[in-house]
Design a protein around this ligand. Structure first.
Ligand SMILES: [Zn+2]
Length: 87
C-alpha cells in the first residue's frame, strides 16, 4: 500500500497512559499493566469515533470500540479463557 502525500490524517489519534486501569486486566501477551488508551477523533472538538487499548510494553492492541466502556469490556472479555464460544 502506498501512502501519498496527504496534508494530514483524517483522524486524530490520542495516545495516553492508562496505568492501573480500573477493572482492566493486564496485557494477555506480556502481563504488563502499562496500558495506553488510544482515542481516534475526526477533530479535537468531536467526540471520539473509536477507542482502543494498546500495551505500552509489547504494543499489542486490543479490540477497537466506539466507546471507552465498551472498549474496556472487550479488552477484559478478550483476556478471559475461551470457556464459552458462542459463534
Ligand atoms: Zn503486552
Amino acid at each position: 500500500m502506498e501512502i501519498s502525500a496527504q496534508p494530514q490524517a483524517p483522524e486524530q489519534i490520542e495516545h495516553q497512559p492508562l496505568l492501573s486501569p480500573h477493572g482492566n486486566l493486564p496485557c494477555p501477551f506480556c502481563g504488563s499493566v502499562q496500558l495506553a488508551l488510544i482515542t481516534l477523533r475526526d477533530s479535537p472538538d468531536n467526540a471520539p469515533t473509536a477507542v482502543a487499548i494498546e500495551c505500552d510494553t509489547c504494543h499489542a492492541t486490543g479490540p477497537v470500540a466506539n466507546a471507552e466502556n465498551q472498549m474496556r469490556a472487550l479488552w477484559n472479555e478478550r483476556l478471559a479463557p475461551a470457556a464459552d464460544q458462542s459463534s
